[in-house]
Design a protein around this ligand. Structure first.
Ligand SMILES: Nc1ncnc2c1ncn2[C@@H]1O[C@H](COP(=O)(O)OP(=O)(O)O)[C@@H](O)[C@H]1O
Ligand SMILES: O=P(O)(O)O[C@H]1O[C@H](CO)[C@@H](O[C@H]2O[C@H](CO)[C@@H](O)[C@H](O)[C@H]2O)[C@H](O)[C@H]1O
Length: 474
């Protein structure tokens, strides 16, 4: 691993003419990674980043402002890397130029320039790579960049596969440009780095990151992280695609699910060891967060209205149980660092077994909430939900496909967990309490998913909505 080279940071829209910002106002809301519904949202330049020795790459960090969005230091910030190339002729807007990331052409007092999305442009990829891993490649056309390509799909960020990256004995790399910039050290950097340092091979090896330094104080903890670089997992299958393929054939996913359960248990054990335990769970604040998330979901999605009373009743039952447990054990329901947004799409099945990815947490949650120590059961709930999605999307005709995979996953987790985490006197939850908590966390996740689908994939909203009904009926 190497020390990162520093980027330069300027306030506001330095290096970015107003014409470019106007172009972004229409282009940004059309991007899959744009984090909020666009209506009434404005983009206010916060900082501009440039890379040493790279003239044409400018990264705009834009604060989103508008109805319903937090303001000031809590506001959402998005990262928009741009490649500005002086040109004599405006470039034609065709499918080909769009695939190459052309956003448009602007003419300013200093001339005409094409504006490309840096997330789709090798010049910008190289700037990030050379910052995260200074010794990896110097010239922009270095061999390490051969075959570089952006991966497609439903991503919250922009990931670029670097199949030829061989630094640190690696067999390729994956550069992830973080689209929503979270203030503070980013969990997708801190956690894989800690797990890699601990020697755990259940994550792609961490190789480096691009920090956003505090202007004028390069020794201070970074303001944020802009990108992270990890080793490429080769011959891997996306866990969700794998599970959907099994579901479409009604093929038993039990063995794969149990293996994944064991890996998640190891993940929790290594995280506990590497980052230490958090404070004990405090029922009032824990339930307060669950209730606030539910209230936000009800406010966002009208279809949830019939479930308001059922959700409140379940959360009341959990609250009473937790208070009783905490009173009895003196507050020993342990919290720790967890993944936070675990689903099958965050797991790759490779010849070396399951690898867990993407420690960013739920991208729609405030960062402080995402990095706070939490219950490992939250990750378990995430995967149970995901197996339910796989059954629905893969159109399993066997009505027990999801249930069977979920039980196998839980068994794999329980068996490995018992071996991996030493039982601390008084810290273990009774089976009944764990089950009730898990139900509440599955409900919390399903409510989050209803909002996610409402915003991004309305045709899939029935999947989590049915889950909400099922949890409340059980
Ligand atoms: N180190 C890696 N090796 C191979 N594939 C990876 C690696 N990291 C990510 N991927 C692939 O890229 C996809 C997106 O990565 P992820 O970190 O989940 O980004 P996002 O936060 O944008 O969803 C993953 O689903 C996986 O298919
Ligand atoms: O991977 P991201 O960090 O971008 O996570 C977001 O998008 C996910 C979908 O891509 C979403 O996951 C939901 O859909 C999955 C199937 O596509 C399913 O396996 C998950 O269980 C379900 O939650 C995730 O919630 C969201 O945060």
């Amino acid at each position: 691993m190497s020390a990162a080279r520093h980027v330069s940071v300027s306030p506001g829209a330095a290096h970015l003419p107003p014409e470019v910002l106007r172009l972004l106002d229409t282009w940004l809301p059309q991007q899959r990674w744009y984090p909020v519904p666009a209506e009434g949202v404005t983009h206010e330049p916060w900082l501009t980043v440039t890379f040493p020795g790279v003239a044409d790459v400018v990264v705009a960090l834009l604060r989103l402002a508008g109805p319903g969005l937090a303001a000031g230091s809590d506001s959402l910030v998005i990262q928009v890397p741009l490649v500005l190339t002086p040109t004599a002729e405006p470039e034609a807007d065709t499918a080909e130029t769009e695939a190459a990331g052309l956003i448009g052409t602007v003419t300013t007092a200093s001339g005409t320039a094409t504006v490309h999305d840096g997330g789709a442009h090798p010049t910008a990829w190289h700037a990030y790579l050379a910052t995260a891993l200074p010794e990896a490649c110097e010239p922009a056309d270095c061999a390490e960049m051969a075959g570089a390509r952006r991966i497609s799909g439903e991503q919250s960020n922009t990931s670029v596969m670097l199949p030829a990256l061989s630094a640190h004995g690696g067999r390729g790399g994956m550069l992830k440009i973080l689209r929503t910039v979270a203030l503070g050290p980013h969990p997708d950097v801190v956690i894989p780095e800690a797990l890699t340092r601990a020697g755990w091979d259940g994550v792609p090896r961490y190789l480096g990151a691009v920090p956003l330094p505090v202007p004028d104080d390069l020794d201070a903890e970074p303001l944020a992280h802009l990108a992270v670089l990890s080793e490429l997992v080769t011959d891997a299958t996306d866990g969700f695609e794998l599970a959907c393929a099994y579901a479409s054939r009604d093929e038993d996913f039990g063995e794969r699910a149990a293996e994944l359960g064991a890996v998640v248990a190891q993940l929790h054990a290594v995280l506990l060891e590497a980052l230490g335990p958090g404070p004990g769970l405090e029922p009032a604040s824990f339930m307060g967060v669950l209730r606030r998330r539910a209230a936000e979901a009800f406010a966002d999605v009208p279809d949830l209205a019939p479930h308001r009373a059922g959700v409140a009743a379940l959360f009341d039952a959990v609250s009473d149980r937790l208070s009783a447990v905490v009173e009895r054990t003196g507050g020993l329901v342990p919290l720790q660092s967890i993944h936070g947004d675990l689903h099958l799409g965050q797991a790759l099945y490779s010849p070396g077994g399951w690898k867990v990815l993407d420690f960013e947490g739920e991208p729609q949650r405030p960062v402080a909430e995402r990095v706070a120590p939490d219950l490992p059961l939250r990750d378990v709930a995430g995967l149970l939900r995901s197996l339910d999605y796989a059954a629905a999307v893969g159109q399993a005709t066997d009505p027990h496909w999801a249930g069977h995979a979920q039980i196998s996953f839980l068994e794999g987790y329980r068996e490995a967990h018992e071996g991996a985490v030493p039982a601390t006197s008084g810290s273990e939850l009774s089976v009944a309490t764990a089950e009730l908590l898990l139900r509440a966390l599955v409900l919390d996740k399903a409510l989050y998913e209803v909002v996610y689908e409402f915003r991004h994939r309305p045709a899939w909203m029935h999947i989590p909505l049915t889950a909400v009904e099922r949890v409340l009926a059980s």
